[in-house]
Ligand binder design. Structure first.
Ligand SMILES: Cc1cc2nc3c(=O)[nH]c(=O)nc-3n(C[C@H](O)[C@H](O)[C@H](O)COP(=O)(O)O)c2cc1C
Length: 156
């Protein structure tokens, strides 16, 4: 049985979306994630990163330690984490989108999302990131995950 884990966090950054520095960082992360069999999606919105990262628990912990020490962002808050029955971004070693592609605030308004609890917030973020991953150009792989919103809950 191939057990996976996930982490969903947010952090603050001064990096400019789609700048050369950001692109280089995403490229390095994608290569490393491919080696570690990690998958997930990073969205960069108004100075905030939202990142879902999933895979083998040990690889995930080691990578999260490195991410936590990275000076290119700060105030990292883990919104949800735990075991995962199956990957949510199986074809996405390091998906990436920005506010100019689709802002999270706009998406929440378009989907009439109301949030009262942190787990609901995390579920909404997962749905947003999955939808971004289903939009061509953000995962840099051929296949696209299913886009249904509010589908089967991850272990949160
Ligand atoms: C928001 C953010 C997300 C990142 N995501 C990943 C990632 O998914 N995988 C990864 O290997 N590195 C990621 N990095 C880069 C790591 O923080 C780190 O720079 C990289 O793993 C190299 O680590 P090292 O310099 O200690 O070898 C991310 C950095 C930031 C700021």
């Amino acid at each position: 049985m191939n057990a996976h884990s996930f982490v969903l966090y947010r952090s603050e950054t001064s990096l400019t979306p789609k700048s050369d520095v950001t692109r280089a960082m995403i490229g390095c992360a994608r290569r490393s994630n491919l080696e570690q069999s990690l998958t997930g999606f990073l969205h960069h919105d108004d100075g905030i990163f939202f990142h879902w990262l999933e895979g083998d628990g040990d690889n995930l912990s080691l990578t999260m330690e490195r991410i936590g020490r990275d000076p290119r962002h700060r105030n990292l808050v883990t919104l949800a984490s735990g075991p995962l029955p199956q990957r949510r971004f199986p074809d996405c070693p390091m998906g990436y989108s920005t506010q100019s592609d689709y802002s999270l605030l706009r998406w929440m308004a378009d989907h009439a999302v109301t949030v009262r609890e942190q787990s609901a917030y995390a579920m909404a973020l997962l749905s947003f990131l999955e939808e971004r991953a289903g939009t061509p150009g953000h995962c840099q792989t051929g296949s696209q995950p299913s886009r249904s919103i509010w589908r089967a809950k991850a272990s949160m």
